[in-house]
Design a protein around this ligand. Structure first.
Ligand code: GDP
Length: 409
């Protein structure tokens, strides 16, 4: 394990108002990445991330589960994405807080028809408070009344965000079928069976879209010195330079890259996967975690060789038994090791560790800093507790729901 590998990990959540399309989008991301081979019908409760019986019945995702997928953007190294399912329902405020605590970045899904709705506003602000960098996906572009520009305006007005549209949607409503990529200067067309046809801009397109690209560059350069220098010196801004500046700005919370698509019609899904890799942080990009030992605060960077510190953020009940979801912040969690549990104040042995990939789990021997993993077989685990070495006894900073901010009409 080395830092090059860690830099290719993304732990992310998908946050949205109920009905914006989070479940559909999650499933399409799994499908596009090859993690599942068939897309189920979301409305009958068969979606892959809806694990528990109660979730199936209620048709909403009430708990956060983590699903791992692999993704390789064109011409790049393979990346590993953990999708952490963030509950959208307000009754589960503490779970929302907990899942925001363990993810490094988020995709905020908005409906192009309904725009910024109250719950997305709430979760957006929670994510902001946790310093979680975000990209926005404007979904349902195929629906009557879809309006990309209006959604951008609402991002500005309702969320005080600084949206950076990374492209221009082509075709509207039922005829929505493409995207002008302003970063890499290509045009994408989506066929009805979900394929993407992409071609680089010709002279004609370079002329037609030059102004839109210039506006994006200007917006980003307003927050990025090296891009501003190149822009002011009238140097050509290549794709890599622009992408790097957008990444810096996104990680610093200065702007929000915005994409558009239609989850149900498989449009914009691959573009979103690429954007997750390009603009959301790896565990190494995040600030060191603070932990307390004997009343003294220490900072723990994401180092597999550091002292073990892991947080239990979700207990799920699968058909095959309880699953304890954990994020490792520092050190390495190993099968066979005995760890101290901060809340239960006792030592426990790690019997089995597993990675959840869509509907399957597979056993692993260890999980390193930055990784999300499931402990299998722990009967009475407690959410929110820290796991550390018995002779270290660390406590990661506690998570508190903030009711004043969480209430909405
Ligand atoms: P969630 O509550 O955010 O998880 O939303 P769902 O994924 O369950 O989607 C809510 C409804 O919107 C379902 O009926 C979906 O079929 C539908 N839906 C999701 N994405 C799209 C889309 O891109 N276009 C259209 N027209 N409908 C969509």
């Amino acid at each position: 394990m080395n830092t090059t590998t860690l830099s290719r990990w993304r732990n992310l959540g998908i946050i949205a108002h109920i009905d914006a399309g989070k479940t559909t989008l999650t499933e399409r991301l799994l499908y596009a990445s090859g993690a599942i081979h068939r897309v189920g019908e979301v409305h009958d409760g068969a979606a892959t991330t809806d694990f528990s019986e109660i979730e199936r019945k209620r048709g909403i995702t009430i708990g956060a589960a983590a699903v791992r997928i692999d993704w390789t953007p064109p011409g790049e190294a393979p990346h590993r994405l953990s999708l952490i399912d963030t509950p959208g329902h307000i009754d589960f405020a503490i779970e929302v807080e907990r899942s925001l605590r363990v993810l490094d970045g988020a995709v905020a899904v908005f409906s192009a028809v309904d725009g910024v709705q109250p719950q997305s506003e709430t979760v957006w602000r929670q994510a902001q408070r946790h310093g979680v960098p975000r990209i926005a996906f404007v979904n349902k572009m195929d629906r009557a009344g879809a309006d990309f520009d209006r959604t951008l305006a609402q991002l500005r007005e309702k969320l005080d965000a600084n949206p950076w549209p990374l492209g221009i949607p082509l075709g509207s409503e039922a005829a929505f079928d493409g995207w002008v990529d302003l970063v890499d200067r290509s045009v994408l067309r989506w066929t009805d069976d979900g394929d993407t046809v992409r071609h680089p801009w010709g002279d004609d397109e370079a002329t037609r879209y030059a102004d839109a690209r210039a506006r994006l560059i200007e917006a980003v350069a307003g927050h990025d010195e090296s891009l501003a220098d190149a822009w002011l010196a009238e140097r050509a801004i290549d794709d890599a330079m622009l992408r790097a500046a957008i990444r810096r700005g996104t990680l610093a919370g200065l702007g929000v890259p915005v994409l558009a698509g239609s989850a149900i019609r498989n449009k914009g899904i691959v573009t979103l996967l690429d954007a997750i890799v390009h603009y959301l942080p790896s565990p190494l990009d995040r600030p060191a975690t603070s932990a307390v030992r004997d009343g003294i605060e220490t900072r723990l960077p994401a180092d597999p060789a550091g002292p073990l510190a892991a947080l239990v953020f979700k207990i799920a009940h699968h058909a095959h038994g309880p699953v304890t979801y954990v994020r490792v912040y520092s050190g390495t969690l190993r099968v066979g090791a005995t760890v101290w549990c901060s809340r239960q104040d006792r030592a426990r042995r790690i019997g089995r560790l597993a990675i959840v990939q869509a509907a399957r789990t597979h056993d692993v021997d260890e999980a390193v800093a930055g990784e999300i993993v499931a402990i299998l077989g722990w009967k009475d685990a407690v959410s929110g507790e820290t796991l550390s070495a018995d002779d270290m006894r660390l406590v990661l900073d506690s998570i508190q729901a903030q009711p004043a901010v969480l209430s909405w009409r």
